[in-house]
Write a protein that binds this ligand. Structure first.
Ligand SMILES: C[S@@+](CC[C@H](N)C(=O)[O-])C[C@H]1O[C@@H](n2cnc3c(N)ncnc32)[C@H](O)[C@@H]1O
Length: 233
């Protein structure tokens, strides 16, 4: 599943033959280094450990879906802050959920916004344990909620809470898991209609969101697509 393994770091590399790819990769080096330095600073400032990529083969995963999963690579804090700041919503009515939450960086960033609750679902035991430790250790004078949890589970088993939702997907898995997850979401929305926003970073399978749910794409940007329930705002 080569395509699903691609992550945000590769998104800006054009598919125009090797010369174009190599020159785009070289041009990306300074930006990637700055991004890495910022992420290390983020960890140091908040006394957490969210950096680094981790192959799934080195981890103990729950369930039978590791072959559909994408390895751990955290989203840059700056991108997350930008995306969450631009949501024009009463945060305290919404639950933020990251499916495939890894070491919990997105949960920490989301806790800087006054969400009703912040939930992460991670199937790799080691990453989930690091996320729990990070949630305990996180220090920030501007944190808006301490109602944060990492849940150790396969995303396919997750039952969506009946509140308005901001669902974050940073290309965590391919269609084998994404389709059942989206069907669960649609079933939940059909029984409890409510506003739901899906923020899909590196949206390689964005077409499936519109195929499997009644959400529509309301924004396409360089790094992510935003989908939203059409009627209830
Ligand atoms: C690209 S990382 C994203 C990490 C985090 N969401 C972020 O943006 O910083 C994908 C994560 O999804 C997790 N994952 C993959 N398949 C999963 C599944 N079926 N259930 C739960 N987590 C899964 C991986 O272990 C990995 O931590």
């Amino acid at each position: 599943m080569r395509e699903a393994q691609a992550t945000i770091a590769t998104l800006r590399v054009p598919w125009g033959g090797w010369p174009a790819r190599v020159s785009a990769m070289l041009a990306n080096i300074p930006r990637n280094l700055v991004g890495e330095a910022r992420s290390l600073m983020y960890d140091w400032r908040h006394r957490v450990r969210t950096c680094g990529t981790v192959e799934l083969a080195k981890l103990t995963t729950k369930g039978d879906n590791a072959h559909h999963g994408v390895f751990y690579q955290p989203t840059h804090p700056k991108l997350l802050v930008e995306v969450l700041s631009n949501l024009d919503i009463p945060y305290d009515r919404y639950v933020f959920i990251d499916l495939g939450s890894g070491k919990g960086r997105t949960l920490l960033v989301a806790s800087e916004f006054p969400f009703q609750e912040v939930l992460g679902v991670e199937f790799a035991r080691e990453l989930h344990e690091t996320a729990c430790e990070n949630i305990r250790r996180y220090r920030s004078g501007s944190q808006k909620t301490r109602n944060i949890r990492s849940i150790h589970a396969d995303a396919i088993e997750f039952e969506f809470p009946a509140s308005p939702l901001v669902l974050f997907l940073a290309n965590p898995f391919g269609p084998g898991v994404l389709v059942p997850v989206l069907r669960n979401l649609q079933t939940s929305l059909a029984s409890h209609p409510r506003d739901t926003i899906v923020l899909y970073v590196a949206p390689f399978h964005g077409d499936l969101v519109e195929r499997e749910t009644r959400l529509t794409c309301v924004e396409r940007s360089v790094y992510h697509n935003t989908y939203r329930t059409p009627t209830i705002q």
